[in-house]
Design a protein around this ligand. Sequence first.
Ligand SMILES: Nc1ncnc2c1ncn2[C@@H]1O[C@H](COP(=O)(O)OP(=O)(O)O)[C@@H](O)[C@H]1O
Ligand SMILES: [Mg+2]
Length: 249
Amino acid sequence: MSGNVVISTKQVNMFYSGKQAIKDVTVNVYENLVTAIIGPSGCGKSTLLRSFNRMNDFVEGFSVHGDILYRGQNINAQDVTELRKRVGMVFQRPNPFPKTIYENITWGPKIHGRKDNLDEVVEDSLKRAALWDEVKDRLHSFAFSLSGGQQQRLCIARTVAMKPDVILMDEPCSALDPKSTTRIEDLINDLKKEYTIVIVTHNMQQAARVSDHTAFFYEGEMVEFGETDSIFTNPKKKQTEDYITGRFG
Ligand SMILES: Nc1ncnc2c1ncn2[C@@H]1O[C@H](COP(=O)(O)OP(=O)(O)O)[C@@H](O)[C@H]1O
Ligand SMILES: [Mg+2]
């Protein structure tokens, strides 16, 4: 493992009302790589991912112990709005705002008082999200007129418009058809040139296709972390092998 570490956790434990969801996890996320978090349902993937930009802060009864660092600084010592600008998130179900395509993208930059040319922000963000060609003639249509796959790319464009450093994706293709899934996977491959990506997926083939590093979780523990190729071809732990060969999960 080499390269710059963008996000790291050090022996982190997380609880929901005293029930442990993440156990003693130490992991590094490296710059301009795709890190996949895999494991059976309920193993803590979303909990860990959401902690990277403090999305669990407002969940009642949630607590986290141990350090989570973004670019070497404890995330709790950072302004949460600023942190979420740097560490953006794309969710499982496409969740555009009930506004036009154009407004979905400009909303964030506007409320943050950015002075850049909004037309340029829209074009640039949609191009980066591989959606421009499909929507350039109808930027003022309602976002919900798009297909599910297009809506998810719009959500990626909306995240990109904030000029993030890291993009967190929580099962971004689980609500999409195979064709849209392929488009998003191709897009992830492009985006990693400029961003650091962490993707939660329950689809092992997807993890194998898109990621450089894979972390396998089971019941809140990180069982194994490594280069994706070696996790899938030569896992060191029996539990990892059982999972990737489909014996459970
Ligand atoms: N908001 C919540 N309140 C209480 N328990 C939760 C909450 N979210 C998740 N959990 C519990 O934490 C554990 C990990 O959940 P989660 O991170 O969503 O797993 P995954 O994303 O791997 O399916 C599960 O036991 C789940 O029931
Ligand atoms: Mg989840």
